[in-house]
Ligand binder design. Structure first.
Ligand code: PMP
Length: 425
């Protein structure tokens, strides 16, 4: 991950398709698309899903949470009761910001990580993915800079690209984003007269990096962002899934006026409800609500009320603890299998979350190797998916969230066979 920041003064609107392109038989509307769509590309992960989902393939690719532990019977009873007793409300439109009583419950969830906020400053979104979109929509003009970790969450990069941001990566190490590197990049960008709109960061159990920003660095990162007048976008879907110690203070805690905080129920409950949230400084939150109303009118009432009932009537803290235990066991299986089968590689040792980030031996290219891996019935995501530029060839993301410990071991064993034969080529 120690790669120097790279950026160019060009806006990210890589015009792959000239605006004057004629229509084709496959797409007669080719010349009509907005410029912002030119940078959009299918996620490498999505393309992989079709293959990786075949039962004979051990998929270490996707980031699907393990849901088998959820009390599905209780959830279905609670949902049936919700519909029969309050169906007319649950199936109705609601507030663009999200229901107030539900936002109060979100505060309770955040308190588990010692994060304090006011319900007025919370906006409920359709997954935190929509919050990423809304924040980018209200702040980023084409050519503005978004500073992001190297590597970064692929879904965030997709959003930044679709708003024609110029993503500038800053390296991480085993302790997360490197403050000196951030300072260096921001000062260079300032000297070039570039406008930096956001610093996007996943401080806890990074996707895909598998690292956590150390306690010592947290106030440093906030101080640097403050000094350069950069708004921090703190994305924290995995914060409650730490294996070892108490949660570290969120960046939001140090500067609630300089940080937009994002949370999600996708990893601690279920992604199918598509419910996440943002906490933003008051004026920003008002604009986010306007943007959300124009996008979707309001978040799903049915989802909000279902989660609200779950939080109020089920032992959700106990459930999160159970998830944590499952993921810890799988993390252990992953790192011990890597140590046993892939000693020629190196990897991060995640203290929570879903992913480890693997560096292949010199000269290997994870993207080139993927077809062979799939033939050997194992799948991963090549590192290149997690950069806005051409870095990452030597890396891959391995997820341990979904397969059982036994399947993880088998997957890593197959992967080691592929790596060994590549090295012999
Ligand atoms: N941020 C990060 C870092 C993620 O890993 C994900 C999901 N993989 C999301 C945001 C989006 O999650 P959701 O929309 O389901 O809340």
């Amino acid at each position: 991950m120690n790669v120097s920041p790279q950026h160019s003064p060009e806006p990210a609107a890589a015009a792959d398709i000239p605006a004057s392109a004629p229509g084709t038989r496959l797409d007669p509307w080719l010349s009509h698309y907005a410029e912002r769509t030119y940078g959009m590309k299918a996620s490498e992960i999505r393309a992989l899903f079709a293959v990786a989902n075949r039962p004979e393939v051990v998929s270490l690719a996707g980031g699907m949470p393990f849901l088998a532990g959820l009390p599905l019977e209780t959830i279905s009873e609670v949902t049936a009761k919700l519909l029969s007793e309050r169906g007319a409300v649950a199936l109705q439109y609601g507030s663009g910001q999200g229901e107030e009583s539900f936002r109060e419950q979100i505060l309770e969830v955040m308190r588990e990580e010692h994060i304090r906020a006011h319900a007025d400053d919370v906006i409920v979104t359709t997954g935190s993915q929509q919050a990423l979109d809304l924040v980018t929509r209200i702040f980023v003009d084409p050519g503005d800079v978004v500073v992001a970790e190297a590597p970064s969450y692929v879904g965030a990069l997709g959003v930044f690209r679709s708003y024609q941001a110029d993503v500038v990566h800053v390296p991480m190490d085993a302790n997360g984003l490197v403050p000196e590197a951030l300072e260096h990049t921001l000062s260079e960008l300032a000297a070039e007269g570039r406008t930096v709109k956001l610093l996007y960061t996943v401080p806890n159990f990074h996707n895909p990096g598998g690292v956590t920003l150390s306690a010592e660095r947290r106030p440093q990162i906030v101080e640097i962002a403050q000094r350069y007048g950069v708004l921090i976008l703190e994305d924290n879907p995995y914060g409650l899934l730490g294996f070892d110690s108490d949660p570290l203070p969120a960046l939001h805690t140090y500067d609630p006026d300089g940080v937009i905080y994002l949370g999600s129920f996708s990893k601690t409950f279920a992604p199918g409800y598509r419910v996440g949230w943002a906490v933003a400084p008051h004026a920003v939150r008002e604009r986010l609500v306007l943007a959300a109303e124009s996008a979707i009118l309001c978040p799903s009432m049915m989802s909000q009320m279902s989660i609200s009932t779950y939080l109020a009537t089920c032992d959700w803290r106990g459930q999160v603890k159970e998830f944590r235990e499952v993921y810890r066991e799988r993390r252990d299986a992953m790192v011990s299998a890597l140590a046993e089968y892939l000693p020629m590689a190196s990897w991060t040792n995640p203290a929570g979350g879903f992913y480890t980030w693997v560096r292949l031996p010199e000269g290997l290219d994870a993207q080139d190797m993927l077809p062979r891996a799939v033939t050997e019935l194992v799948a991963y995501v090549p590192g290149t998916a997690f950069y806005a530029d051409d870095q990452g060839k030597q890396f891959m993301r391995l997820s341990y969230c979904y397969p059982t410990a036994e399947r993880i071991r088998e997957g890593v064993r197959r992967l080691a066979g592929v790596v060994t034969s590549e090295l012999e080529l």
